[in-house]
Design a protein around this ligand. Structure first.
Ligand SMILES: NC(=O)C1=CN([C@@H]2O[C@H](COP(=O)(O)OP(=O)(O)OC[C@H]3O[C@@H](n4cnc5c(N)ncnc54)[C@H](O)[C@@H]3O)[C@@H](O)[C@H]2O)[C@@H](O)CC1
Ligand SMILES: Nc1ncnc2c1ncn2[C@@H]1O[C@H](COP(=O)(O)OP(=O)(O)O)[C@@H](O)[C@H]1O
Ligand SMILES: [Mg+2]
Length: 275
């Protein structure tokens, strides 16, 4: 297992060409946030915007519209019950993040199934939170695409069938190979399984143990893969940045809140970008 270092940052976070525009930096659609979990998709959306994604659309419950626009005016809102709109947004996207706050009701299941049916092979898809739980409990068939799963240990137990105590790199790798995607297995020592390598994130702090921290990471992963060509590097750089920012804040804070990490992303990326 390789240990991630800060070297991943300038390798991944490139200088922006002068003749670029928002279309250069990815069209990303985030799907999730029921009436109760609106905060999850708002944090994910904000993280994608602050990571530099070019155009961000959030497909969520109507009850979240005002809060979304208040917190993240850069994001476009779409009503999650408007199925034909969601399908057209998915069709036009480069990157899709699905699951933060989606919930596990019949409505959540219908949204996930429709999304999966309309995903295309060249798209990058981050599957997080409730979407992982639904794939596991309903044994949904996965779309053919560039899949990136971001489970915490309990979600990985549901998806892989491996009990938390038995989640060794060897056992995890067998399931990762069957999933045909990148897996970010989140814990106090997050591991990232790419097609060929396994990495350990040396950073992170218990100050991060608060709801919404993973929703924020899902949005960052989405924002990074939407912009940076090398998908594995983009995932590694997002994971590293999320924890590095948290560690910086934790030097003077007992707890680090997800929205505080989000606010710091543009400064952190500038400091650690390609020189
Ligand atoms: N403000 C919001 O709207 C929030 C919404 N959330 C959403 O709530 C839905 C359910 O997700 P949850 O993760 O809360 O619930 P889950 O039921 O999927 O997982 C939480 C359970 O897993 C256990 N667990 C074991 N190892 C863990 C580990 N390493 N990290 C985290 N938990 C571990 C916890 O103790 C807890 O019992 C998701 O869609 C998620 O996105 C949460 O992110 C919390 C914040
Ligand atoms: N003790 C800890 N040390 C380091 N990182 C942690 C710790 N606790 C939580 N985290 C990080 O916080 C995030 C939690 O993700 P998750 O459980 O999905 O949160 P949520 O779904 O509430 O947003 C992960 O990135 C995890 O690595
Ligand atoms: Mg989560």
């Amino acid at each position: 297992m390789e240990t991630l270092t800060a070297a991943i940052l300038p390798q991944t976070i490139r200088q922006r060409p002068a003749d670029s525009h928002k279309g250069t930096y990815g069209r990303i659609v985030l799907i999730g946030g029921n009436d109760n979990f609106g905060g999850a998709i708002i944090m994910a959306s904000a993280a994608a915007v602050y990571s530099g994604a070019g155009l961000v659309t959030t497909v969520t419950a109507k009850s979240n519209q005002t809060s979304l626009h208040d917190r993240v005016p850069e994001a476009i809102f779409a009503d999650i019950t408007d199925v034909s709109l969601m399908v057209s947004l998915i069709t036009a996207a480069d990157t899709i993040v699905i699951g933060p706050g989606l919930g596990t009701t019949n409505q959540s299941r219908a949204t996930l199934t429709t999304a999966f049916e309309n995903i295309q092979a060249d798209q990058r898809v981050i599957i997080d939170g409730s979407a992982i739980t639904l794939v596991a409990t309903d044994q949904l068939s996965l779309p053919t695409a560039h899949l990136i799963f971001t489970p915490h240990q309990m979600e990985w137990q549901r998806l892989s069938g491996i009990a938390i105590a038995d989640q060794t790199p060897q056992r995890n790798r067998q399931v990762v190979d069957e999933l045909h995607g990148i897996v970010v297995l989140k814990s106090h020592h997050t591991e990232i399984y790419t097609a060929t390598e396994t990495y350990r994130n040396p950073l992170g702090t218990p100050a991060q143990a608060t709801g919404g921290m993973g929703d924020t990471l899902a949005g960052m992963v989405g924002g990074f893969v939407a912009q940076f060509a090398n998908e594995s590097q983009a995932v590694l750089a997002a994971v590293y940045s999320h924890s590095a920012i948290a560690e910086e804040l934790a030097t003077s804070q007992y707890v680090v809140l997800p929205h505080q990490i989000i606010t710091e992303i543009p400064r952190f990326m500038k400091t650690h970008s390609e020189k």
